[in-house]
Design a binder for this molecule. Structure first.
Ligand SMILES: C[S@@+](CC[C@H](N)C(=O)[O-])C[C@H]1O[C@@H](n2cnc3c(N)ncnc32)[C@H](O)[C@@H]1O
Length: 320
């Protein structure tokens, strides 16, 4: 995250590092240098002098301890897939040249910088406009016209759940604006800092790499060579609010829900809870669009949902 000339926050890069400039510089150095002076002088825990290869089998007990410790420090990952957590932890343990997760845990409890680095490495913010272009093209051609036709003169309600910095919600608004003005889009995320960026609608040009020049000119104002702003007519149709998909109440009467690249991080029981919530949230005949690597594992257990397109992971609630 950085600021443009008018001192507004700009989403930079498709993986976000947020914080003060001085902290960002410090973290960047941390990422670039294999053994920083700080590491060498770390007064708490010295890396093993002759580190043995980290055991392939993770130390489950210590991983539980770390997950609980993170949860007490405001980092809620209990519902994330175990393998995802282990992969991220293993990368940090290896990076620190420890041979056990326990040593790494000891460091984590004492070193706030490391806690911050782990928090970033566990976060899942990657997004961009029209991510998986062909899915958006499919939705534009096969889904949106059906929704517009069915709505007649009623307002169309769309939800981008897990919206990160808002690129997905605004991409949908761009497509909808070509069909009708009678729509509203709600983006939601669990993270305040992402919601703030989404509301600002300022982006680094890296976020729009998948768009043609004609599309860029149509939907964005260019602020400088690196920064674009979503045009007011597109932006004004979208609002953002904080919503934890595992705890909070879902909005009702949705015509379409996009929840892309969010479910993959969760364990099955949590995925099921979220999908059940979406089914309740959709109007009869409403659509659910998931990410390209996500699917509803057992459509048989959800009799009110049908697969509309397997390749693009589009589902439809039956219209009884
Ligand atoms: C990888 S991004 C996906 C962004 C966008 N949907 C896309 O596909 O480009 C996943 C987003 O889900 C959000 N998220 C993670 N856990 C969540 C939860 N329990 N409730 C709501 N959002 C959550 C993250 O903060 C992150 O912004």
């Amino acid at each position: 995250m950085s600021r443009d000339r008018s001192n507004k926050r700009v989403a930079r890069g498709s993986t976000l590092y947020s914080g003060k400039a001085s902290e960002l510089k410090k973290r960047r150095l941390e990422r670039l240098t294999s053994k920083t002076e700080r590491e060498k002088n770390n007064k708490y825990i010295k890396p093993a002098t002759n580190p043995i290869i980290l055991k392939k089998i993770p130390d489950e007990q210590t991983i539980d301890v770390i997950v609980n410790f993170l949860s007490k420090n405001g980092i809620q990952i209990k519902d994330y897939k175990r393998n995802y957590i282990i992969r991220r932890l293993r990368a940090r343990v290896t990076r620190k040249s420890f041979s056990t997760y326990r040593e790494y845990y000891n460091l984590l409890t004492k070193d706030k910088d490391e806690l911050e680095i782990l928090k970033k490495s566990l976060s899942i913010n990657v997004t961009r406009f029209f991510r998986n272009k062909d899915t958006f093209a499919f939705v534009r051609k096969e889904v949106l016209p059906k929704v517009v036709e069915k709505a007649k003169n009623n307002k169309i309600h769309i939800w981008s759940a897990g919206s990160a910095v808002g690129a997905e919600a605004y991409s949908i608004s761009m497509m909808m604006s070509d069909l009708t003005q009678n729509y509203t889009i709600q983006g939601s995320d669990i993270k305040d800092e992402l919601l703030e960026l989404a509301r600002g609608a300022l982006y680094d040009t890296g976020y729009i790499a998948e768009m043609t020049n004609a599309e860029k000119n149509k939907y964005f104002d260019s602020l400088d060579s690196k920064t674009v702003k979503v045009k007011p007519s597109i932006k004004n149709k979208v609002s953002f609010n904080k919503l934890d998909l595992l705890k909070d109440k879902y909005p009702k009467n949705m015509d379409i829900i996009f929840c892309r690249n969010v479910l993959i991080y969760f364990e099955r029981s949590s995925q099921k809870k979220i999908i059940d919530g979406f089914v309740n949230s959709l109007k009869p005949g409403g659509f659910l669009v998931l990410g390209r690597t996500e699917s509803i594992f057992s459509i048989k257990t959800l009799p009110s949902l049908t697969s509309f397109d397997g390749r693009h992971r589009v589902y439809r609630k039956k219209d009884f």
